[in-house]
Design a protein around this ligand. Structure first.
Ligand code: PNS
Length: 172
């Protein structure tokens, strides 16, 4: 029987513990899991981390798991899935808003490539409120993001946000 390959696509700027939980659970659904950072050529440098940095962090986070691969792709998810022989896309869904967004993409991807299925997984309850955008915001404003990301990610965030200081607040 041929190897079942799953894709976990996203921006991963940066990968959070919520993403990690979804990726590890995807291992139960496939033999090989590709965590794929999606990017547009002209926006390589946007966000907190470059695409290469995001891929490297994903590699470090899953270093002990040979069935998980870190990659990046440009263009359509369905084209990358075809090129890599992936038959399933796995996404985490934290809320009704996430669900609507994911369902629309799942249906569009299904229309573009009928052999590609999307599976949505619920988050670990303790990570259900975590998002990469909130992690970036908290880190940039000098808050502690240690509970939300793995140690290699935390180290890199601290380097990036090293110059950040807490904004003077009205409540101090
Ligand atoms: O981290 P996100 O925002 O949930 O990731 C969204 C992502 C990267 C999975 C989605 O934007 C995507 O698949 N982009 C690749 C381009 C593409 O295929 N667009 C059509 C989607 S129906």
């Amino acid at each position: 029987m041929s190897e079942r390959i799953a894709l976990v696509p996203g921006s991963f700027d940066p990968i959070t513990l919520g993403h990690e939980d979804i990726v590890r659970r995807a291992l139960a659904l496939a033999d090989h899991v590709i965590v794929a950072v999606a990017y547009a050529a002209q926006s390589q440098k946007q966000g907190m981390f470059t695409v290469d940095e995001r891929v490297e962090l994903i590699r470090q986070v899953f270093a002990e798991e040979p069935r998980i691969e870190a990659a990046s792709f440009q263009g359509l998810l369905v084209d990358f899935a075809k090129a890599r022989g992936a038959t399933v896309v796995v996404k985490g869904v934290r809320s009704v808003a996430d669900f609507e967004y994911e369902m629309q993409m799942a249906m569009m991807n299904r229309r573009l490539l009928p052999s590609l299925d999307t599976v949505v997984l619920s988050p670990a309850p303790e990570q259900a409120f975590v998002s990469a955008s909130l992690v970036r915001q908290i880190a940039t404003l000098g808050g502690d993001v240690a509970p939300f990301v793995s140690p290699p990610v935390l180290t890199q965030i601290r380097e990036k946000a090293g110059g950040a200081t807490r904004l003077p607040g009205a409540w101090t």
